[in-house]
Design a protein around this ligand. Structure first.
Ligand code: NAD
Length: 349
């Protein structure tokens, strides 16, 4: 049975990936520090699942990572662990460098040493897959899309730290021959996303009848991908990606932020009309723009589509409708995040 060491598997994308991988018969050792973004509730369906081993710990803890590798002998490492929220990186960049750069370096060193100790076929089959973002490429004007050869120009402390980690992954392949793969993906949305990010934040505030904050003029453009499609892309790259390569992942679904918020409002108008009869979009409030806010991201995922046959299964409209329905059906999950009880759970109190 194939075993993966997944890091950050209690976070939004990592947990979606772990739930799917375990359902598909893989064995997953899930290493997560459980920062504010790690949510054990998301993994509750795996509580009695012998193919899922959860370990609370830091990717920067070399002794722990080396022990897990020696004990579980994974065929691949998939690195989701990161500080991921741009606004938090503006307020406090140090944690981003600590996990995204220093932590990834420690993980790479452990992976290299473990991989060197593997014999013939196991050594040939081993992969280190690093999950990264399109934000490393910086901001686009009205035209063009990011490709794998677009020069890096990260603008936020978050994207700068992810760019540094991508470079370390590249260097470990080039210098030591570590069989690495890197994916750079556009903005994800879907079940289990922490309600500080645009889509779940908007859903929750709209349901509470609170103002819906939109940065600046609302015209910043993001390219959205449903999280399940991102996870499928990672699985495909893991199976068939060419070692040392990077693959861009995107949904070909560019939307202005204001359009995203209005679409959510329209979905909620149908599903949960407000008691005063007013449309949800009357709650939209423009707020002071994020400093250094990138104007537009757009991804060309042609390489992944041509070489590995991956395609997104959701359009933005179908994925967003699913997401709104998921949040409506999982208010208990959201409320435990909002009242902080998801954190007490892990401390056993
Ligand atoms: P997230 O913030 O929801 O989850 C991150 C997880 O990593 C959390 O469970 C957290 O506890 C864990 N973690 C943090 N520091 C750790 C450490 N030092 N050691 C072990 N675990 C640690 O993030 P996400 O949105 O799921 O993103 C996952 C990855 O995908 C990140 O690397 C991010 O850069 C990348 N990515 C995210 C998006 C997106 O739209 N969310 C898009 C492209 C790429």
């Amino acid at each position: 049975m194939k075993t993966l060491l997944v890091t950050g598997g209690a976070g939004f994308i990592g947990a979606n990936f772990v739930l799917q991988a375990v359902a598909d018969g893989l064995r997953v050792v899930n290493l997560d520090k459980l920062t504010y973004a790690g949510n054990p509730d998301t993994l509750a369906p795996l509580a009695d699942e012998p193919r899922h081993v959860f370990v609370q710990g830091d990717i920067g803890d070399r002794a722990l990572v080396a022990r897990l590798l020696a004990e579980h002998r994974p065929q691949a490492i998939v690195n989701f662990a990161a500080e991921s929220h741009v606004d938090r990186s503006i307020d406090g960049p140090a944690a981003f460098v600590e996990t995204n750069v220093v932590g990834t370096l420690a993980l790479l060193e452990c992976a290299r040493d473990y991989w060197r100790g593997l014999d013939g076929p196991a050594r040939g089959a081993f992969r280190f897959l690093h999950v990264s973002t399109d934000e490393v490429y910086g901001s686009l004007g009205a035209e063009g899309r990011f490709s794998e050869t677009t020069p890096y120009a990260p603008n936020s402390p978050y994207s700068a730290s992810k760019a540094a980690s991508d470079h370390l992954v590249r260097a470990f392949h080039h210098t030591y021959g570590l069989p690495t793969l890197t994916t750079n993906c556009s903005n994800n949305y879907g079940p289990y996303q922490f309600p500080e990010k645009l889509i779940p934040l908007t859903i929750q505030k709209a349901l509470a009848g609170e103002p819906l904050p939109v940065y600046g003029d609302g015209r910043n453009v993001r390219d959205w991908l449903y999280v399940g499609d991102h996870c499928a892309a990672i699985r495909r790259v893991l199976e068939a990606g060419r070692v040392g390569e990077t693959y861009n992942v995107g949904g070909n679904a560019e939307r202005e932020n204001i359009a995203v918020v209005k679409t959510i409002c329209a979905l909620l108008d149908e599903r949960r009309p407000r008691s005063d009869g007013r449309p949800h979009d009357s709650l939209i409030t423009f707020v002071k723009d994020r400093p250094g806010h990138d104007r537009r991201y757009a991804i060309d995922s042609g390489k992944l589509q041509r070489e590995l046959g991956w395609r997104p299964t959701q359009t933005f409209e179908s994925g967003l409708a699913r997401t709104v329905d998921w949040y409506l059906a999982h208010q208990h999950w959201v409320n435990r995040v909002l009242d902080g009880s998801y954190r007490l759970e892990r401390l056993g109190t």
